[in-house]
Ligand binder design. Sequence first.
Ligand SMILES: N[C@@H](CCC(=O)N[C@@H](CS)C(=O)NCC(=O)O)C(=O)O
Length: 221
Amino acid sequence: MLLLQFSTSHYCRKVRLALGYKNLAYRVENLTPGLHALKLKPMTGLTTVPVLLPEETVEPVAIADSTAIFQYLEKIRPVPSLYPKDLALKTRAELLEDWLDESIGTATRFVYYDYRAGEGQAIDPSLLSRLLINVVRRQYGISPGAVKLARSRLQLAMQVLSSWQQGSPLIGETLSIADLAAAALLSPLALLPEYRKTYPWVFERIRAIHESCGEPLPPGL
Ligand SMILES: N[C@@H](CCC(=O)N[C@@H](CS)C(=O)NCC(=O)O)C(=O)O
């Protein structure tokens, strides 16, 4: 299997966590942001990474979107499962994963790049890094108003994830798609002192989940 990714993308991290949890062998190809769309659009109709190429003789040829990739991985390697068996719990895990993808992954991106452009400039003060951060901020419309909204979304996320404080999975008794999504999509905040100080338990859990999946820790952890 080949994972097409951006090396720094938290959505690609999410897929690597699942591949690791299920102990599946894979290779990665790091795409160049900007040129990536030329390769991906004809393949998937979308421009986003992650994209998984199963490299099998049977369909599908390419799977776009981390949620669809999770479903595919569960189909080909059902054990250990990432979906609760109980139908009501499974639906809750799917809803939580979808909300984390659509709202919280984006909110993290906004708050993270806002930090990197200001107080966090020292993480990489090179001209290239500053240039890239400005391109990303423009591409995603990262304005002060949008960052404020993103911060309040993250505050809600911390409440929703409160079962992590007791070291418990988010849904049911074992790790699920919801835990992996939260661990990956909040991981960029590990570089922000404010979040580390206020929510230390979130980062303990992110670390533990990465260890369970055999995935190298994100920057800052
Ligand atoms: N819902 C998508 C979101 C993926 C996403 O936002 N990927 C970003 C990188 S973090 C991307 O590919 N951006 C480039 C683009 O939109 O062209 C998923 O879960 O896979």
